[in-house]
Design a protein around this ligand. Structure first.
Ligand code: GCB
Length: 598
């Protein structure tokens, strides 16, 4: 695409990096006058000096919804406003100064010193702007951000807004997780020189014992610079180098990137260092990117990493926790990876949106395979406007994650309404769009339709299906599970001649609720239903087309208020507080046994 790069910000000899995380000033508009802030030009007002704007402090990064005590904050619909001061050193004058948001959920308008710097209209994905000409150097500056959580017919994801008789504006949506909002990932300022590395794209291949690294560097600014590209191994030792912006590095006796438990040293990462040198030999810009050498290939029955068939043992997940909502929380992500390793999983799906870059970095490092999913959850009403927004979300997701070895499959959507004929042309275009941006990874859509009612399967490399027999269908009837599950999965394979993943199955389970004989919602029921699904999976594994199982869900998570949910969705095998239910111990035995099998 023509998109510019969105490299993860890293400091170097030529790049300075300053975090803007911390406590920002924060103001709500009220529901009946959501554009008060815009009408009164709050971006031109110093919040601290205003008597009219009620401000409070808000943590960045965090979702704002659950940090307060009022439903006005939790259930707010429409723009909220963030503001803070930041200092720009005089020494930055002459450099390019960038502001980068790793995610704002969902719509963002950013003003610096009262001037509009940029806008962005999708959550869970980074965006940045060059603010060199609107900052003042050697002085304090003001940044103001309006964040709008409103979901409409053609936003990604979609939702509906209604005005109740009381006058309150209410947001509804069909997806099953709370619509958390706010500046929920880190915000940084960083500098580049005027001529800088805008983007790097890497693909890898294997030739015998050699690794091949195909790279291409996009430079903005002067075209008289030359490149020095150097690869370092894990210990920091130089392996190979070249002097062109686009080329192939050959690594003798390469250490390959392997998934967790497929090799004693999973997740091997090299560092690709790129330097731009001007004609006088001076270093202009320097950027380093972690990369893994691995191949992905697929056919009608399997997906292979480095020519070895994989079997996915994993989860659907959410970025979700108490108080923070979807806000990035480093201790939490370390805890999560410890649990993932403890349980012997090798993969997960970023259901139902791309996860924070820090989370993805750890997957790369630990060898956890990722199905990377677009924020287009429960897609319906397939308008051309929606299609454009959906494509944009994919462009941004692939731009961000294209170089990650952990990302092995792109998921275009979760549970789109593909029973409708209009979805056929829509998914034809969506899959073609993904393929035009990256042809090195297989594409899936996570479906819950019956395979014979679906119109997307013909375009996919892998079928992913969500099955809830014994729960939503025939609740409590465990004796039907094996038949029903194998029937659906076999049919996906038969219809489209592609490998199949069960991407969701599970049962809501209230921690500490016990019942013999087992009963829905009890910990005993969770184990009993899992054991039925496991038998179905084992039958199909023998047949050779079944390549993975991902339980729904890694942890309990929050949802919108509904009679379906008591304090959120309880299908976690871990609680929201990241402690195991009985099902976690049970799943652990299976995942470790399967790991040995590989
Ligand atoms: C699904 C959805 C997921 C829900 C889950 C459930 O099929 O993909 O978002 O949370 O079912 O528990 O109902």
């Amino acid at each position: 695409g023509t998109e510019s790069g969105i490299l993860y910000p890293r400091a170097s000899e030529s790049r300075q990096l300053v975090s803007l995380d911390g406590l920002w000033s924060f103001a709500l508009t009220n529901d009946t006058n959501p554009f008060r802030g815009h009408n009164e030009k709050w971006y031109d007002i110093d919040f601290r000096a205003s008597d009219d704007i009620t401000i409070q402090k808000m943590a960045v990064p965090s979702s704002y919804n659950d940090v307060g005590t009022s439903s006005d904050l939790r259930d707010h619909v429409g723009p909220v406003w963030y503001q803070r001061k930041f200092f720009i050193p005089a020494s930055w004058d002459g450099l390019k100064v960038w502001i980068r948001f790793a995610s704002v959920c969902r719509g963002a308008e950013v003003w610096v010193n009262g001037k509009l710097a940029t806008t962005h209209d999708i959550g869970h994905l980074p965006f940045q702007a060059d603010i060199s000409t609107i900052v003042v150097y050697g002085e304090e500056n003001t940044i103001t951000v309006a964040v709008d959580n409103t979901l409409l017919e053609a936003t990604i994801p979609q939702g509906t807004v209604t005005t109740l008789e009381s006058g309150r504006v209410k947001q509804t949506y069909t997806f099953d997780f709370f619509n958390y909002a706010g500046i929920d990932r880190p915000v940084v300022l960083y500098t580049t020189p005027q001529t800088y590395i805008d983007d790097v794209t890497v693909t890898t291949d294997i030739d015998g014992t050699n690794g091949l690294i195909n790279y291409s560097v996009v430079v903005e600014g002067s075209d008289t610079v030359t490149a020095r590209v150097t690869l370092f191994d894990k210990t920091g030792t130089e392996v190979v180098s070249d002097a062109v912006l686009q080329g192939t590095l050959t690594v003798q006796n390469a250490s390959l990137w392997w998934p967790y438990l497929m090799d004693p040293n999973p997740g091997y990462l090299y560092t690709l260092q790129i330097q731009l040198i001007d004609p006088s030999g001076t270093l202009i810009d320097k950027y380093s990117l972690p990369i893994g050498i691995r191949t992905i290939t697929w056919d009608s029955k399997s997906v292979k990493i480095n020519d070895k068939p994989i079997y996915l043992r994993g989860f659907g997940r959410h970025e979700d926790s108490d108080i923070r909502g979807k806000g990035l929380d480093l201790p939490l992500i370390i805890r999560d990876y410890n649990l993932i390793q403890w349980i012997g999983a090798n993969s997960y799906r970023t259901s139902h949106y791309p996860y924070a870059e820090e989370i993805m970095d750890l997957a790369d490092e630990l060898g956890i395979m990722i199905i990377d999913e677009s924020p287009a959850v429960n897609t319906e009403n397939f308008t051309s406007e929606l299609l454009e927004n959906h494509k944009k979300s994919l462009t941004e997701m692939i731009q961000r994650d294209k170089n990650r070895p952990a990302v092995i499959i792109w998921s275009a959507s979760n549970e789109p309404r593909t029973q409708y004929q209009e979805s056929e042309d829509y998914y034809r275009q969506i899959v073609a769009h993904i393929k035009s941006l990256d042809s090195t990874r297989p594409v899936t859509v996570d479906n819950f339709q019956q395979p014979d009612d679906d119109h997307s399967g013909q375009f996919l490399d892998i079928a992913s299906c969500n099955v809830y027999h014994g729960w939503y269908f025939e609740p409590g009837d465990l004796d039907i599970v094996i038949n029903e599950v194998t029937k659906v999965a076999r049919r996906w394979n038969e219809l489209h001649n592609i490998p199949v993943i069960i991407a969701e199955y599970g049962a809501d389970t209230l921690e500490g609720y016990h019942s013999v004989p087992n009963f829905m919602w009890s910990e005993e029921f969770q184990e009993a239903i899992l054991s039925k699904y496991f038998q179905a999976f084992d039958e199909m594994r023998e047949e050779g087309f079944f390549i993975g199982e991902m339980i729904w869900n890694f942890t309990d998570f929050n949802t919108d208020q509904t009679f379906m949910r008591v304090g959120g969705n309880k299908k976690g095998i871990f609680t929201r507080n990241r402690q195991p239910k009985g099902g976690a111990h049970f799943l652990r035995k299976r995942y470790w046994a399967l790991a040995q099998y590989l």
